[in-house]
Design a protein around this ligand. Structure first.
Ligand code: PLP
Length: 674
């Protein structure tokens, strides 16, 4: 048992064990039922406004639950209220820093859509009013342009056009100016300037131009590898001077209005934030001196997230500051440099992405089984026989193990166990041990491990998830996210486990957790009781959705949007989207599900001549129709399409019918089809 007081366990023990306050406050906590709750308005949330995550999961996934939608897991639950709160907090942090330092201009936030391009998320951000959008590619620009048409801001918010650009990208950005959208073309490479000048003359549009400066300030963490003098992006001092000269020659120096830099994501300290802002501030002032019409300093992204709750700057999993300290560091640094150079304070723009959207969504997935590494325990007779039959060199390993055991040296015993196993596997491979001897070695080793007290080895929890699709940053860059059970938190977790996903890939597992742990405290799975075991991955609202691939053809999760309401449920599911079906993911790899199905139908006609043919055809059709993930708790996919699942692949009318059927009471519900 890993924890001492298992009987008097309370939700607050779980809070401490999983450090929920550390990484989750003010948005996540545990209620007295032992369920994880979401505090949708952050620190302004009243107790009755907390949303019980377990209830949301039941409502979204369980077709037998009152009003249940029968969506398949994995499930992303978005909380637009949390997003709004993050936007407000960032705006307030900068407003306060501006006010308290006597800064004479203002803050203008810009959301980098690369963080999460989800339509409803971006629309929410634009609706908020004062935030603009940043694009790094042509589709992102198109997205930003159309979304900003719906913006409610009286002062048109920026569309910052970053990234490498061709003539088409530049042309679209200039078309946007014709449409009275406030686009700024930020030169990522010096060569882009020629196209900007040419196309703007041709279209008769006055561009607003910025440059991305390649700062010397270097961020040393993983995300800083593109910063510093040798970084991939931005213009050097020499190139910036050439841009000034060229614009001056073309009579367009008044178009040069913005200086941008981005030293990397997840900046560990405010002193590094300030260093970057000081260096960029000085370049800004020099540009003013050289006659550019400077108005904005854009400090890029980098505002970090405390994924492990340690408030430390020693790893990429944490940062040692909050929104207020970040805003203060930026404003003070820019003010200091501008005052020193007697330059008017510019508008400060930040492209904070991770910090805005990480908290707004939670990924829910199920553990479907757990297995401990077990081997049959050997009777002492077996061990005797085994020892007698050992080849000499394996016998030597065995003797070392016996001697360590006699000394009571458990550490040496474990080392000998490893060595003995390794040697036996080698011998098995070269044919000098048979399979019974190999199994006997495992049995002996298991026996020894148990005897020396390591009776609770790590279990493997198989989860209905693809790590590659839903947590790509864990796989790709070992980014840690908090993962915890979302219920049973009033119960002591008596096991430790790692999470192994559905893909046939050894990398498809999560075996590193926040706090430097190589296993996670988990509850015993209640085999056969029908009780599901739900886990949540938190703070994954940025980057994971767009980075995720379709390894093994597992597509994305189902998605619901959940808002806090004052009605009887306390929340409303305002949008529900089943994840991609098997057909959808096959189509993404250029297969044609309809033709595939016809081929199989012909085959059925050829080989099955009784009524069974119809059953096979309908089973296969249903499989195309359903999500690729395991249908947990259902005997087979034939039953999965009944009841509420009927809206997985349907016409608009069907969707509305389902919405009417499950909506009821005071909840404003609209469900859309994939
Ligand atoms: N701006 C630019 C140019 C970026 O490249 C990025 C991310 O890499 C961002 C903003 C967003 O950074 P973050 O998510 O750290 O705020």
């Amino acid at each position: 048992m890993p924890f001492s007081d298992t009987v008097n366990w309370t939700p607050s023990h779980s809070n401490d064990l999983y450090n929920i306050d550390g990484w989750g406050a003010p948005y996540f906590s545990v209620n007295s039922n032992g369920n994880l709750t979401v505090r949708p308005h952050g620190s302004k949330t009243k107790d009755h406004q907390e949303i019980d995550l377990f209830k949301v999961v039941k409502r979204s996934s369980d077709p037998n639950h009152a009003g249940g939608l029968g969506l398949h897991l994995p499930l992303i639950i978005r909380f637009p209220d949390v997003l709004k709160n993050r936007l407000e907090c960032l705006q307030t942090a900068f407003d306060n820093a501006v006010r308290s330092t006597g800064y004479t201009s203002h803050y203008q936030g810009v959301y980098p859509v690369k963080c999460n391009q989800d339509r409803f998320l971006v629309e929410d951000i634009v609706q908020f009013g004062s935030f603009g959008l940043e694009s790094g590619s042509k589709p992102e620009l198109l997205l930003a342009m159309s979304c900003m048409c719906k913006g409610s801001s009286s002062e048109p918010a920026y569309i910052i056009c970053n990234g490498f650009k061709d003539v088409e990208y530049i042309t679209c950005a200039l078309f946007a100016r014709k449409l009275s959208l406030n686009t700024v073309i930020v030169l990522e490479q010096e060569e882009e300037l020629e196209s900007v000048v040419e196309v703007s003359i041709k279209l008769g549009v006055r561009p607003v131009v910025g440059v991305r400066a390649k700062l010397r300030t270097k961020h040393s963490g993983h995300f800083g590898s593109t910063s510093g003098e040798k970084g991939k992006f931005g213009l050097t001092a020499t190139q910036i001077i050439r841009v000034v000269n060229k614009l001056e020659q073309c009579g367009m120096l008044d178009c040069f209005q913005l200086l941008h830099f981005h030293i990397g994501s997840q900046i560990p300290t405010t002193s590094l934030v300030a260093d970057g802002a000081l260096e960029a501030g000085q370049i800004y002032c020099e540009l003013v001196r050289l006659g550019a019409n400077m108005k904005v300093i854009d400090v890029g992204g980098g505002l970090g997230i405390d994924y492990d709750g340690s408030k430390s700057h020693c790893s990429d999993a944490s940062v040692g500051y909050g929104l207020e300290e970040y805003a203060m560091a930026v404003v003070q640094a820019v003010k200091f440099v501008c005052d020193r150079n007697s330059v008017k304070h510019p508008a400060i723009c930040s492209e904070s992405g991770r910090a805005l959207v990480s908290h707004h969504s939670v990924l829910i997935f199920e553990a479907v089984s757990s297995s401990k590494y077990t081997v049959p325990t050997m009777s002492s007779f077996d061990i005797q026989r085994f020892v007698q039959q050992l080849p000499d060199d394996v016998r030597y390993e065995y003797d070392s193990l016996s001697q360590s055991a006699a000394r009571g040296d458990s550490e040496a015993c474990l080392a000998c166990v490893d060595k003995l196993k390794q040697t036996c596997v080698e011998k098995f491979k070269d044919g000098s041990l048979d399979i019974e001897q190999l199994a006997a070695t495992d049995g002996l080793c298991d026996f020894v491990v148990k005897e020396i007290g390591d009776s609770n080895p790590t279990s493997t929890y198989h989860v209905n998830l693809s790590v590659f699709t839903s947590v790509p940053d864990f796989w790709g860059i070992q980014q840690l996210f908090p993962v915890i059970p979302i219920h049973r938190l009033d119960e002591c977790p008596t096991k430790r486990g790692i999470l192994s996903d559905l893909t046939c890939d050894s990398d498809g597992k999560i075996d590193q957790f926040i706090g430097g742990e190589s296993s996670l405290p988990l509850h015993e799975m209640e085999g056969g009781s029908g009780m599901k075991y739900y886990l949540g991955m938190f703070l994954g609202g940025a980057y994971q959705e767009a980075l995720g691939g379709v390894h093994n053809l597992f597509g994305g999760p189902s998605v619901v949007r959940v808002s806090q309401t004052d009605g009887p449920f306390g929340f409303a599911v305002t949008r529900a989207m089943p994840g991609p079906s098997c057909s959808d993911v096959l189509r993404s790899m250029q297969h044609e599900p309809e033709i595939m199905f016809q081929t199989l139908e012909h085959r059925i006609k050829e080989y099955v001549h009784d009524d069974g043919g119809a059953v096979i055809a309908s089973g296969i059709a249903q499989c195309f129709h359903n999500m690729p993930y395991l249908t947990v708790g259902s005997s087979c996919c034939l039953t999965a399409a009944n009841g509420n699942n009927g809206y997985y692949c349907c016409s608009d009318e069907d969707v509305i019918a389902v919405a009417d059927a499950v909506g009821g009471d005071d909840e404003q519900v609209s469900y859309v089809c994939a």
